[in-house]
Design a protein around this ligand. Sequence first.
Ligand SMILES: Nc1ncnc2c1ncn2[C@@H]1O[C@H](COP(=O)(O)OP(=O)(O)O)[C@@H](O)[C@H]1O
Ligand SMILES: [Mg+2]
Length: 223
Amino acid sequence: MTTPLLTVSDLTLGYQETPLMSDVSFSLQPGEVCAIVGHSGTGKTTLLHTIAGILPVTNGRVHFRDQDISLLSGKDRQVYLAQRLGLVFQAFHIVPFLSVEDNVALSPVFGHTWQGHELSQKVREVLDQVGLADMAGKYARELSGGQRQRVAIARAMVNAPDLILADEPTGNLDQHTGDTVMETLVDLARNRGSSMIFVTHEEAYLRLADRVFAVENGKLLQR
Ligand SMILES: Nc1ncnc2c1ncn2[C@@H]1O[C@H](COP(=O)(O)OP(=O)(O)O)[C@@H](O)[C@H]1O
Ligand SMILES: [Mg+2]
């Protein structure tokens, strides 16, 4: 068995008056793709944001390879995670007044990965992979929903992350657009050997995952 990429141990999740999940423990091997399902409000987003270091780990541990991310503070944690993680959200979260290529370049800027000529080249390469090569100079606000989510996928991929976290990435797209976006996302992750955790309500997408977890009664259970 290789060293896990991600190890989550005995995590408790919740907000002051809202306990969400307890005893959350699992590990993810390099290249593994996992899906998480569960009713709305059960804490799926909270879990992804905790793994991503957006929310602090208050109980339990999150290890990224050998690094305990709960021991990293402030800027160190952000840079560490910006270099290793790619995030794709349901609401796209791309910046409407920046061009497509500048949106994608945000990840390298925050992660201090690429700059100058190399940055332009990496951005072009990843835009090509998501089928947006000829849109690079357009403003993000000029794009359709499906195209915006492709920009978000390119931004998540450009740093060649070890782990991609995708939170209902097709939740704001119509069925057909959602299907192609989901396939693009998983294909890219698999081709690059990145691990991925995606949250979805679409049963049809579960076949794309190696393992499926479900949030039930405050526990994360492998199906
Ligand atoms: N920042 C917050 N402060 C307090 N409660 C929150 C916060 N964020 C989410 N919640 C609550 O936690 C619950 C789980 O939210 P979330 O993780 O978004 O669930 P899911 O993604 O499974 O729909 C919801 O009831 C939500 O209202
Ligand atoms: Mg959610």
